[in-house]
Design a protein around this ligand. Structure first.
Ligand code: AMP
Length: 284
């Protein structure tokens, strides 16, 4: 496994045999089974697989947890080596954002609701770093997790808008046995908050069940989720959303397909989760 922080070296390996397909999994490290499930998809779908490990400062607001974001490069590299990854790119801030750096990639409407309403600068940071990583690695396919659902919608839009020659593949959310979505940030939860955090998936699942039992009111589903989460004293809701899966606009009435999503603070740790109910396909 090649491990490098040099852009030239990535390009040299990437293009050593231009006929090979490359899968690419961008990460911020502190890897868990959720990341590895994306790595497995990349390994299965491509002849070569690259992973990046980079905690991108521009997607964190000054008030957020950049300095305390968990890191474990040695452990991450061991996991990726065992998995059979070909190349790991571990750039420094100096390489990614040299002093004269001036360019930002930003999207408009799709970045405004949900995560964007609480984290207004987040997606410009994500779009900019993913653009840079795509230009450095030039993968055939890139793999992202459903867990960060708005990120998947934003990046698909960016790839369409800017004509990136890369296929975006979305992997399902890996969960702990109690349903909590795996996240590097879970490591920062206290024991009681960790146990309490299972309420996110429980509440989203209850709303899904209510919808399947016939509830079509967006506000009723939102209230159900809010009530379940607020019943847990440690949980402080940032948002609860029942939205159109494509536009991310809030729905009054669920006709066909919806995205249930939430962001909740446990102490200083902000967790997100979602359940996507896709529109039923017309089989005629
Ligand atoms: P991060 O390191 O948090 O930036 O995540 C890197 C990639 O892994 C992103 O595409 C995430 O959506 C994805 N990811 C994070 N958590 C999970 C999970 N529990 N299941 C599947 N994918 C995940």
């Amino acid at each position: 496994m090649i491990v490098t922080d040099k852009i030239d070296e990535v390009r040299q390996h990437r293009w050593a045999d231009p006929g090979l397909t490359w899968g690419f999994v961008p990460t911020m490290g502190y890897l868990h089974e959720g990341h590895l499930s994306l790595v497995q998809l990349a390994l299965a779908g491509n002849e070569r697989t690259a992973v990046s490990i980079y905690v991108n400062p521009t997607q964190f607001a000054p008030s957020e947890d950049l300095s305390s974001y968990p890191r474990n490069l040695v452990g991450d590299l061991a996991m990726l080596e065992t998995a059979g990854v070909d190349l790991v790119f571990t750039p420094s801030d100096a390489i990614m954002y040299p002093p004269d750096f001036q360019t930002t990639v930003s999207l408009s409407r799709i970045t405004q609701p949900l995560e964007g309403s609480s984290r207004p600068t987040h997606f410009a940071g994500v779009a900019t770093i993913v653009t840079k990583l795509f230009n450095i690695v030039q993968p055939s396919r890139a793999y992202f997790g459903q867990k960060d659902v708005q990120q998947t919608v934003v990046l698909r839009q960016m790839v369409r808008d800017l004509n990136f020659n890369v296929e975006i593949v979305i992997g399902s959310t890996s969960r702990e046995p109690d349903g909590l979505a795996m996240s590097s940030r879970n490591a920062r939860l206290s024991e009681t908050d960790r146990a309490a955090a299972a309420v996110l998936y429980r509440a989203l699942s209850a709303a899904k069940a209510a919808y399947e039992a016939g509830e079509q009111s967006g506000s009723a589903l939102r209230k159900l989720i809010v009530d379940m989460i607020t019943a847990v004293p440690q949980a402080k809701i940032d948002y609860v959303s029942v939205a159109d899966p494509n536009t991310l606009e809030e729905l009054d009435v669920i006709a066909d397909g919806m995205l249930l999503s939430t962001a909740v603070f446990f102490g200083k740790t902000r967790l997100i989760d979602n359940i996507l109910i896709e529109a039923t396909e017309d089989t005629e």
